[in-house]
Design a protein around this ligand. Structure first.
Ligand code: SF4
Length: 575
């Protein structure tokens, strides 16, 4: 089915900051960690934090040890002081935009101004704001509350940051028309404005809306109300299990948006489930094609065939021959390593893709057995070609095994907090790229000139590194939750995307210059369309025009085919 995702769906800046602060604290300290009140309004995130040992405090205790994190909504100042007094180390993750509203109230409180907060009386943010204004404060949630107002002197009006624009404008106009000396501060946060505006636009393009978020989240409910007011059928869901697939099959297109506390991995799960639902009027053949493409992706067949084709193209460039062994070595090795990695490694993907999780449960064992068989077959094939490539293959396999077991001595483990190779930040992305370069360039072409092999290896390594790191960007929130130290987890999504863009520009320049030197064969100029394609995907993702989905995975893997095909063409032209 056609699924359109709102660009601003999911974690807003404040919520992301609070979750990241908490997860970083989990990684940095062995002390007890608690949040003061639920960190955000999302049950899935809260349960994952609980699994990682984060407790929730409901009131300020007399004595407290460890670290307490103040949530994005903020707390009244006396509670913050109380937590410190109780002995806890307090980390304040109050959203800077909420801090700004608190500052406006504090400043006007000094001038004896009364404060009117337009918002939900029971919302944590409003309770926190009231703490800065007490005792001269009133909360207005609807027109009825205005009748109870008793304002004698100067006053200010502020809003809860997730209020609806229309209702804030209406209520503040009514209050200022009734009481003189009022100053209005529209403190609705920018992210809320944009999110609500986007939903209104998205409603014009689809037949139904799916709103993802906690059932107690006020801003999620508001998004659903906006879509309902636009006359669309709305499905408010917390997870993919709540999706009414039978009813959704009746629509040709569906829009998806999510509240400010909905994690990206939950949106991914919803997107992937919706995309697998056949749309109204979708033909049987089309459905079959979708299923086949997805099975090729999930079983790592598509990516491994791409690697095999790449190896064929390099063999043609280096020896002017198309050898089936070349394809088999690269395909077999990549198929085996990807599946072994996927079905025995960490399960961060389960946060991002429920279908893959199901696929792994059904076919994981079969694919794993096939992978070990293939690995043995590749070993035999390499042994037939000579002892040196076989030894290299063995070394690569050993590296794979040692990757997950503790190998560093205690002193290094104590100083750097690293026991295994996999604990070196970003190591997996690099090592997988290295294995790719070995499997597609070095192993199948053993015996070709060392200099050329090395330059080709460098090219493939960087290209595949970018591909791997892009997948890490798509999976960043799931990885962060399982504590995987990928590049985007360590330096952030935005910086990773910039870094990858510069890497691709460097590859473009090298791809233009080096083929005219002795370092690279001329045909390597045909590597460039693949690099340009990857650059295009990176830029589109950076601009928010692409979001993680099986379609994007497919597009990304297709870059390998593009490179292989154009290199093959180049090898004939420069033969
Ligand atoms: S909605 Fe706005 S104010 Fe509220 S936490 Fe998110 S970014 Fe901060």
């Amino acid at each position: 089915m056609k699924v359109l995702l709102a660009k601003k769906a999911g974690f807003c800046m404040g919520v992301r900051r609070a979750v990241e602060t908490t997860l970083e604290t989990v990684q940095q300290t062995d002390q007890k960690i608690s949040t003061f009140g639920p960190l955000i309004h999302n049950p899935q995130v809260l349960s994952l934090l609980k699994d990682r040992g984060v407790e929730v405090l409901d009131e300020v205790p007399g004595h407290l040890s460890g670290v307490v994190i103040i949530r994005a909504h903020g707390v009244p100042p006396d509670q913050k002081a109380g937590l410190r007094k109780a002995g806890a180390e307090v980390k304040d993750a109050t959203c800077p935009r909420v801090v700004k509203v608190q500052a406006i109230i504090k400043r006007h409180r000094r001038d004896d101004c009364f404060t009117v907060i337009i918002g939900d009386k029971n919302h944590a943010e409003v309770i926190g704001l009231m703490g800065y204004a007490e005792p001269d404060v009133a909360v207005v949630s609807g027109v009825d509350d205005i009748d109870d107002l008793d304002i004698k002197g100067p006053y200010i009006i502020v809003s809860q940051t997730t209020q609806d624009d229309d209702s804030f404008n209406e209520l503040s106009a009514l209050i200022t028309s009734r009481f003189a000396n009022g100053k209005v501060f529209n403190t609705i946060c920018d992210s809320t404005h944009k999110r609500q505006h986007e939903v209104r636009i998205l409603c014009e393009q689809v037949e139904a809306m799916v709103v993802v978020g906690g059932k107690t989240s006020a801003n999620t409910k508001r998004l659903a109300e906006i879509a309902e007011n636009k006359g669309l059928p709305v499905f408010l869901v917390e997870s993919e299990a709540d999706l009414d697939t039978a009813t959704l099959q009746g629509f040709a297109s569906v829009g998806v948006t999510a509240g400010a506390s909905t994690p990206a991995w939950m949106i991914n799960r919803i997107m992937r489930t919706l995309e697998a639902i056949p749309a109204r009027g979708e033909g049987g053949l089309c459905r079959l094609c979708h299923k086949a493409a997805w099975a090729l992706l999930a079983s790592n067949t598509y990516v491994s065939v791409g690697g095999g084709c790449l190896a064929l193209a390099f063999a043609k460039i280096l020896s002017n021959q198309v050898l089936w062994q070349t394809f088999v070595i690269a395909f077999g090795y990549l198929f085996a390593m990807h599946n072994i990695n996927r079905f025995t490694g960490e399960h961060s993907r389960r946060f991002n893709d429920p279908l893959l999780e199901k696929f792994a449960d059904t076919f994981g064992l079969g694919l794993l057995s096939l992978s070990y068989l293939m690995l043995a077959g590749v070993g035999v094939l390499l042994l037939m070609g000579g002892i040196a490539p076989f030894m290299l293959f063995l070394a690569m396999a050993l590296l794979g095994i040692f990757y997950s077991i503790p190998i560093f001595p205690d002193t290094i483990a104590r100083i750097f907090k690293i026991k295994r190779l996999k604990e070196i930040p970003g190591s997996k992305t690099f090592l997988v790229a290295l294995a790719w370069a070995m499997a597609t360039v070095v192993l199948p072409n053993w015996g070709s000139g060392a200099g050329t092999l090395l330059s080709l290896l460098g090219f493939v390594l960087l290209f595949v590194y970018v591909r791997n790191a892009l997948f890490d960007v798509f999976d960043v929130q799931g990885d962060r939750i399982v504590g995987k130290e990928t590049l985007p987890v360590c330096i952030g999504e935005e910086k990773t995307l910039y870094f990858l863009t510069y890497l691709l520009y460097a590859l473009l320049v090298a791809g233009i210059v080096l083929p005219w030197t002795v370092l690279l064969p001329r045909a390597m100029i045909f590597f460039l369309p693949g690099v340009a394609y990857l650059l295009y995907i990176t830029k589109q993702y950076q601009a928010g025009r692409l979001s993680p989905s099986p379609k994007l995975d497919f597009q990304l893997e297709t870059s390998l085919y593009l490179v292989a095909l154009s290199l093959m063409l180049g090898s004939y032209l420069f033969a």
